[in-house]
Design a protein around this ligand. Structure first.
Ligand SMILES: *[C@@H]1O[C@H](CO)[C@@H](O)[C@H](O)[C@H]1NC(C)=O
Ligand SMILES: *[C@@H]1O[C@H](CO)[C@@H](O)[C@H](O)[C@H]1NC(C)=O
Ligand SMILES: *[C@@H]1O[C@H](CO)[C@@H](O)[C@H](O)[C@H]1NC(C)=O
Ligand SMILES: *[C@@H]1O[C@H](CO)[C@@H](O)[C@H](O)[C@H]1NC(C)=O
Length: 93
């Protein structure tokens, strides 16, 4: 009985995990690096505005973390900008 429940949960998790990108404001927004359209694209980290994700190869490897040196990551310009220019934008459109 318990085993069946674990099985159902696992199947559900895998179904969600394999699904297309859905913006989740409660996540850190780590991109799916198996998706070639994310390759070498700086992607906003929802947990830390001084860092961003950067898929360095199309693979199952986790995205590498880029750091803005003393600046903030602007998700619209997709680069690090001065804090004087940086402003918070909503995580999900
Ligand atoms: C790949 O990424 C692009 C851009 O984020 C997205 O539009 C597309 O749906 C993704 N494809 C898959 C199969 O997840
Ligand atoms: C992403 O990683 C590649 C390979 O390490 C590097 O050449 C590139 O500059 C990085 N892009 C950003 C925006 O940090
Ligand atoms: C960050 O920027 C400061 C000032 O521009 C510089 O002194 C420092 O070496 C930089 N650090 C890195 C890791 O690039
Ligand atoms: C960011 O601010 C520093 C001083 O805090 C200034 O020297 C630099 O030119 C600014 N960079 C941009 C892109 O505005």
């Amino acid at each position: 009985m318990k085993g069946a429940l674990v099985c159902i949960c696992l199947a559900l998790f895998m179904a969600l995990y394999g699904a297309e990108y859905v913006c989740n404001r409660d996540s850190n927004n780590e991109p799916d690096c198996t998706n070639a359209s994310n390759l070498l694209v700086p992607i906003r980290n929802f947990y830390d505005p001084t860092r961003y994700w950067n898929c360095t190869s199309v693979s199952n490897m986790p995205a590498s973390v880029g750091r803005c040196n003393g600046t903030g990551f602007d998700p619209t310009l997709m680069k690090c900008v001065n804090w004087t220019e940086w402003k918070w934008t909503p995580y999900c459109p």
